[in-house]
Design a protein around this ligand. Sequence first.
Ligand code: PXP
Length: 236
Amino acid sequence: MRLCINIDHIASLREARGGIEPDPVTAAHLCELAGADGIVCHLREDRRHINDRDLRLLRETVKTKLDMEMAATDEIIRIAVETLPDLATLVPERRQELTTEGGLDVAGHRHHLRDVVKELHRHDIDVSLFIDPVPDQVTAAHDIEADFIEIHTGEYANARTEEEAHTQLATIREAAVMARQLGLRVNAGHGLNYLNIALFRTIAEIEEVSIGHAILSRAILVGLERAVRDMLALVR
Ligand code: PXP
């Protein structure tokens, strides 16, 4: 299983002050130096974290693989076509949400999404669809000729008991097996962390996971002591 790291929260922290640090482009370099297989960022319509400059520089500097999460809107599609990420992951987007909530309704928006997939393919961009582990959505993704699905793992991550986690895992596994049988490639993400990954990585059909919050949260905590020591050395 490969690991791609979503660096949006580095930009969220920068935007909290409206300044220039921390820089998600620097963070992407460090993730790659540590061995990450790819970098993920979401250029949201409201630019709440990653902005156009970040995306441009990430495209210029990411050496592994750049996965651009995006809504299927005209403006963002135009930017994707100019940027040429290695993978475009189409996600639903609502302005009020804290993070991406729920998968894309591919079955319900087949015609529009088919055109979007076609347009991205015309520019040699592979397309992934972020969907819930539901058979209708998997067949719809295959139907409109996506290359990948990214299975939404939120329900698994939110499971309150071991039994519930196993049930959610079985649902994800079934969707992944079905997708592979149809010829789709399978990624997954949302809410995966240092605890729930152990069970999750047993799903052989899943090529890649996209993880952001857990890794960046840990980075802040494991880096805090060093950061305090560095400042103390200057203050004292
Ligand atoms: N995949 C998609 C499509 C997402 O929208 C997100 C959240 O930005 C992730 C993966 C990563 O989720 P998390 O930050 O919970 O690891």
